[in-house]
Design a protein around this ligand. Structure first.
Ligand code: B16
Ligand code: MG
Length: 220
């Protein structure tokens, strides 16, 4: 029986994709590194430093650890400037409705995100009270596709992994959920990917009954 639902943040509850893109693009342009929307799609769900490593695959020269650190800081400073414009109107369709409906049915709710900016995003969206627990990039050592963030979220909900369902928009997140032994619903771009138990184009197109009908798998 599903007793808790863990939502990914970026791409599931809110679309920050374009803000990540604009801020990485500025850094890449300044460095003369080719970067486009296709490469940006590969950054979905992976950590900041791993995203940078993907961008630097196209760099003309190697970057030292110190240079990488500085590029990541530059990107994040710009990203946080853009996040300051975020508000409740940026929540994706159906997000607050499905979370509230689950809570009315006695299901616990959590966020499991790779983003270290989760606290700022949650506050800007005004959704903190909708969740019993939050686990994010500040709490973990290994980012998705490692299952750590989802296992921590389940632990903070006081539930075993097998009682939890994950909602994800990225390949790295689908794999992390499977490795945690959790059922997974793929939304948005991930609806085209293999490895989920069910798919929906957006949260507006799912229902509490669909989510609660999913059954957990054994840990891989
Ligand atoms: P930050 P999620 C992820 O969030 C994003 O999808 C990914 O594009 C980003 O690189 C990562 O957070 C780290 O974000 O730089 O804010 O720490 O999808 O796991 O909610
Ligand atoms: Mg995501």
């Amino acid at each position: 029986m599903i007793r808790g639902v863990i939502f990914d943040l970026d791409g599931v509850l809110v679309s920050t994709d374009s803000l990540h893109y604009v801020s990485w693009k500025e850094v890449a342009d300044q460095e003369g590194i080719p970067f486009n929307e296709q490469i940006n799609a590969r950054l979905r769900g992976v950590s900041r430093m791993e995203s940078l490593a993907i961008i630097l695959e196209r760099a003309a020269r190697p970057y030292s650890a110190k240079e990488r650190e500085q590029l990541a800081i530059r990107k994040n400073d710009r990203y946080r400037e853009l996040l300051a414009t975020l508000g409740p109107g940026d929540l994706l369709p159906g997000a607050t409705e499905i979370v509230s409906a689950l809570r009315r049915r006695g299901i616990k709710t959590a966020i499991g995100s790779s983003s270290r900016n989760t606290p700022m995003i949650v506050d800007r969206l005004g959704i903190r009270d909708l969740f019993d627990a939050i686990a994010d990039g500040n709490d973990i050592r290994h980012s998705k596709p490692d299952p750590e963030v989802f296992l921590l979220a389940a632990n903070r909900l006081g539930l075993p992994a097998t009682a939890c369902l994950v909602v994800e928009d990225a390949a790295a997140g689908l794999e992390a959920a499977r490795r945690a032994g959790m059922a997974v619903l793929a939304v948005g771009a991930a609806a085209e990917l293999p490895g989920a138990d069910a798919q929906a184009q957006s949260l507006a197109e799912t229902s509490v009954d669909q989510l609660l009908s999913l059954r957990p798998r054994a840990t891989e």
